[in-house]
Design a protein around this ligand. Structure first.
Ligand code: KMH
Ligand code: ZN
Length: 274
């Protein structure tokens, strides 16, 4: 395997479930998203993964509010924005957010159990949003929680609905998806096309640092943030910049340096927005 020395670090600053009551460091105003974007960028993240949030601090799929958040982040620093189309709102509302033209957007392949929620990703709707993302030049970040999701992504590729290189996020540790084990990571990475790009998302305080560390050693990219763990360590609440600082520290310790925004655009082969 070719271990690249540059690594794309993504900050997933809020997520679709946790509330500010769970962790007061979770951003929800446009100003706070902008402030934290700047802070994680300064720590070495070149991508920020955003779930939109309302004035009450809870997740929202409101188009206008999401635009305000994205605009504020774009004004704050050059970090690349990756907007989530995940979450538990009606699919059409989630899909519409790609019209805001973030540089990337998440694409979830299959319907699944997600903890106590049902995560709906109906096949025809997924195909429609994949096609629309291609038209707009918004690169799909393919979140795969189990091996069938990888197969479905390959099917969409064959149908001409995804751009190569495929950009996978291996998500392990969700109740309803594959368990957070190195074996599962290895199986999924080995089944990807040779030119695919991938990052690790380890869900939960007990596995987040360990699995992202393994991924870094395997030559993958890695993501962390309050979306993936509410805790920095036992009894210490997570803050996004601190999580990024620690992950960048691990990367540097094994000879990998965080990619700049320009390097990330090249490594992920991001298309031009239309
Ligand atoms: N928290 C995640 C791993 C997405 O952003 O599209 C699932 C998720 C999906 O929120
Ligand atoms: Zn997400």
């Amino acid at each position: 395997m070719d271990i690249m020395d540059k690594v794309v670090i993504t900050a997933a600053v809020d997520g679709p479930i946790a509330t500010p009551a769970d962790n007061p460091n979770l951003p929800y105003t446009p100003e706070e998203f902008a402030r934290q974007a700047k802070a994680v960028y300064a720590e070495g993240a070149s991508v920020i993964h955003i779930h939109s949030r309302g004035a009450d601090g809870l997740p929202t799929s409101d188009y206008g509010r999401t635009k305000e958040i994205l605009d504020a982040v774009h004004e704050s620093c050059p970090i690349l924005t990756q907007l989530s189309t995940g979450g538990f709102f009606p699919y059409e509302e989630r899909a519409k957010l790609v019209e805001l033209k973030p540089r990337m957007a998440s694409l979830n392949l299959c319907t699944m159990t997600f903890g106590k929620f049902e995560f709906r990703n109906p096949p025809l709707e997924v195909r429609k949003v994949a096609a629309r993302m291609m038209e707009l030049g918004v690169k799909a970040e393919l979140e795969i929680y189990d091996s069938g999701h990888l197969d479905f992504a390959l099917r969409l590729l064959k149908e001409g609905l995804l751009l190569e290189p495929l950009q996978f996020s291996v998500v392990l540790g969700v109740d309803g998806g594959a368990a957070a084990t190195p074996e599962n990571l290895n199986i999924l990475v080995n089944r990807m096309p040779k030119n695919a790009i991938w990052q690790m998302i380890g869900v939960g305080a007990k596995v987040n640092l360990q699995l992202t560390t393994i991924a870094l050693a395997m030559g993958g990219n890695a993501r962390t943030g309050i979306e993936d763990t509410l805790w920095l360590s036992k009894g210490v609440m997570a803050e996004n910049p601190a999580l990024i600082r620690r992950l960048v520290g691990v990367a540097k310790a094994i000879g990998r340096t965080p990619a700049t925004v320009e390097e990330t655009e090249k490594m992920l082969q991001l298309p031009k927005l239309n």
